[in-house]
Design a protein around this ligand. Structure first.
Ligand code: C5P
Length: 302
């Protein structure tokens, strides 16, 4: 009887998108990054990252099920594989498959969460046994949001976003998320902010946000949502104002641009309310796509 070739081993991770419930931006630093104080929150919009072993010496390859995502060494997920391979002293003979459920260039950390998923999945596939903290250190070199994407949940981020502290947050929050047809460049949004607001103070998340999270009070959180990048995103994309207004007119508890945009997010009371707000924004025709999500959630191995 002919020998049966073993199937290549693979590991899949379901990786959440992130919102910034609060995003306060300080002055530009000497290294070009900005000092941040932000509350990251992982929500139930997911990319699936699958890593499959390849024959020895065949290197790294990457595929993605949507157009517009680089499939070469410039993709953060590819760089994650190379970085982890160096860390553990092996070759990065792996295929990375990205299945996108998160809008690309939307300010929801899709690229960073794919990078985080690759680190988590390869740590399993290659049985590296690295602790989460070490994966987060490796991830921080690849992108400011990557350490959060490895952890998920609700966390305070300081430094350039890579220094994390868990936030006491009660219950589940319900969100409606409106995407735009084309992305915004994160560096350009930060540069625009520096131009329209040259004198930045030290960033600090308001006590109103922290208290609303502690209490699990969606109504109070809706009033307290804050994003210093929003005026810059609106300067670059003035029609986002109409998207935010459509959600507020449809009785959302709060409306905010997500991170550097152009995705807009709306806090709502519960599932039924989410459906009402989703339908109203979709009917207004100002957004490309409107979906519902809950948070906090965490990365999950499939
Ligand atoms: O760290 P990441 O590669 O995701 O950042 C993308 C860009 O966003 C940076 O090159 C920088 O222009 C801007 N950024 C910043 N300050 C931060 C995080 C990001 O200026 N704290």
């Amino acid at each position: 009887m002919a020998a049966v070739e073993p199937l290549p081993r693979k590991v899949s991770m379901r990786m959440p998108a992130k919102l910034n419930i609060a995003l306060r931006v300080g002055p530009a630093r000497a290294d070009g990054f900005h000092e941040l104080a932000t509350v990251f929150h992982a929500v139930s919009l997911y990319d699936v990252v699958t890593v499959t072993e390849r024959p020895q010496g065949s290197g790294t390859s990457l595929t993605c099920d949507v157009d517009g995502v680089p499939t070469d060494a410039s993709n953060l997920a590819w760089r994650a594989a190379e970085r982890l391979a160096v860390e553990v002293g092996r070759m990065a003979d792996v295929h990375i498959m990205l299945e996108k459920g998160i809008p690309t260039a939307g300010g929801m950390a899709g690229g960073s969460t794919d990078c985080a998923g690759t680190l988590l999945a390869l740590n399993e596939l290659w049985q590296c046994g690295l602790p989460r903290e070490r994966l987060q250190e490796l991830g921080a070199d690849l992108g400011s949001d990557v350490p959060f994407c490895i952890a998920g949940g609700t966390q305070l981020g300081t430094g350039r976003g890579e220094v994390l502290t868990p936030v006491l947050a009660r219950g589940t929050f319900h969100w409606v998320i409106a995407t735009a047809t084309s992305g915004l460049s994160t560096p350009e949004v930060f540069r625009t902010l520096d131009r329209i607001r040259p004198d930045a103070d030290e960033p600090r998340v308001s006590e109103a946000v922290m208290a609303a999270l502690r209490a699990g009070d969606a109504r109070a959180l809706g009033r307290a949502l804050e994003n210093d990048l929003q005026p810059a995103a609106l300067t670059l994309r003035p029609n986002l104002r109409r998207v935010l207004e459509a959600g507020l007119e449809a009785s959302a508890l709060g409306a905010i641009v997500s991170g550097s945009g152009p995705t807009c997010v709306f806090l709502v009371r519960d599932d039924d309310h989410a459906l009402d707000v989703q339908v109203a924004i979709a009917a207004s025709g100002v957004a490309q796509d409107v979906v519902r999500a809950v948070g906090p959630v965490r990365p999950h191995q499939l």
